[in-house]
Design a protein around this ligand. Structure first.
Ligand code: GAL
Length: 436
């Protein structure tokens, strides 16, 4: 499936894919340095005492939280050192392809990252992960994590993953000084205000809305659809028999088309960090990105919340949490199963979650976080999470399977070339019907 994504993207944006493939290949060589088999890179033989954890957290805004966990793990498990098997690339676009190869070749890591919801369901249905109810029973994680999250990750009565965080996708990031310079007095709350602000930014010679490679374009799309039709109708779109041909979706796609006219022309060749940095550097007025950008602005770029960077909900989504959750699994056939079980029990602990999340720019999956450890953005997010309506993220695996996501990627890729809203909507209708 991921190969299909790669193939498709090659047609659409050779430059991006060429770079992504290089990154993926480089990462593969770095994490699994060994011989080749069947044209693919073979993971090195597992060492007796270690823990192999697979993720896509390598870059700015991604790696610090994981590094902090690794430090604690290695201190507490001196005979089972952490083997960090990361594959670079935002949203796991490269990593998921590499993981698919490893799983197909029966060379799983001990534990791998996946998104709560339909993405993880794919691995469960394929029998690639083990149920871990026994970990929940022992640790009581199901009592300390929100009910709706536990429901999302339960498949046929069993639990298969431990969520380490909750991220929010629908955030509009900006730099207060840049907005002042452009004469934008308050961050936009409605669609009309948003367009007016983008127009002002354009007149001031700024990039109005910074954008990156294709997954960030899908990320933008999902927030615009949620803003236009609301969370209830959004969530319903991913259920059997959903009506994708309705006027709300048409309006959202037209709005998306309008937004694209305010974005940078080199988007396809920028990572999410590149696009966020345009805001931090005062070159762009806005960027719509998940709250991993909070970690990037604060921890990597050393910007101060509220002055160096600031945030608000994507216009039209105030009171809506477009959520996703990074979760880790126990791989079927894990080479170091006992270590993986310990890792998962650790990940769900208060200590691990309150260490990881303040650095990552996410809030803990647990309800008992110590708010004092969290920055102003995350304190705000902790409160919003308690009261907001939930919309599941598409780009980050909550509402649709990998296969459905691939169909959306294909339709979106074609739309980015043609800008034909009618055709785009009709391919989305077809993609949904396949799941009926
Ligand atoms: C998401 C992931 C986040 C963050 C982001 C950018 O899919 O859940 O943890 O890493 O991608 O890479």
């Amino acid at each position: 499936m991921q190969h299909k994504i790669q193939r498709h993207r090659f047609r659409l944006s050779r430059r991006t894919v060429f770079r992504s493939s290089l990154l993926g290949l480089l990462a593969l060589v770095l994490v699994v340095p060994s011989a080749s088999y069947g044209g693919k890179t073979k993971p090195s033989a597992a060492k007796a005492g270690q823990l192999e954890v697979f993720s896509w957290w390598t870059g700015g805004g991604e790696a610090h939280g994981l590094q902090a966990l690794i430090k604690i793990w290695n201190k507490n498990h001196p005979t089972t050192p952490f083997k960090n098997e990361t594959v670079a690339g935002g949203a796991g676009t490269n990593a998921k392809a590499v993981l698919a190869q490893r799983l197909a070749a029966n060379k799983p890591p001990d534990s791998f990252q996946g998104h709560a919801g339909q993405e993880l369901a794919d691995y469960i249905k394929a029998g690639q992960v083990e149920p871990i109810d026994f970990i929940y029973k022992k640790s009581g994680f199901d009592k300390i994590m929100p009910k709706q999250l536990i429901q999302q990750i339960t498949y046929k009565g069993h639990l298969y993953s431990v969520p380490v965080n909750i991220h929010r996708a629908n955030i509009l990031w900006y730099n207060p000084a840049t907005l002042r310079k452009a004469g934008i007095t308050t961050p936009p709350k409605t669609w009309g205000q948003f367009i007016a602000a983008l127009q002002k930014a354009k007149s001031a010679g700024l990039i109005p809305l910074a954008l990156g490679e294709q997954w960030t374009q899908k990320h933008l799309l999902e927030t615009v659809v949620i803003a236009t039709i609301g969370p209830a109708r959004w969530n319903a779109l991913w259920k059997k028999g959903a009506n994708w041909s309705n006027a709300g979706v048409t309006l959202a796609l037209n709005r998306y088309k309008t937004l694209l006219t305010y974005t940078n022309s080199d988007a396809a060749s920028l990572t999410w960090q590149d696009a966020s940095k345009l805001v931090a550097d005062g070159k762009a007025a806005f960027n719509i990105m998940g709250d991993w950008a909070d970690g990037y602005f604060r921890v990597d770029l050393k910007k101060k919340p509220n002055t160096g960077y600031a945030w608000t909900a994507v216009p039209g989504t105030n009171g809506v949490y477009d959520w996703l959750s990074d979760s880790f699994t126990l791989a079927k056939g894990a080479p170091h199963r006992a270590a993986a079980v310990q890792w998962l029990a650790f990940l769900g602990s208060k200590k691990a979650q309150d260490t990881f999340n303040p650095l990552k720019g996410s809030i803990p999956a647990r309800k008992d976080a110590n708010p004092k450890l969290y920055d102003p953005y995350l304190k705000w997010a902790l409160n919003q999470w308690k009261t907001d309506k939930l919309a599941g993220s598409l780009t980050h695996g909550v509402v649709a399977s990998n296969a459905w996501n691939t169909d959306v990627d294909t339709a979106l890729g074609l739309f980015l070339q043609s800008k034909d809203v009618k055709k785009f909507q009709s391919s989305l209708v077809t993609a949904a019907k396949k799941r009926a």
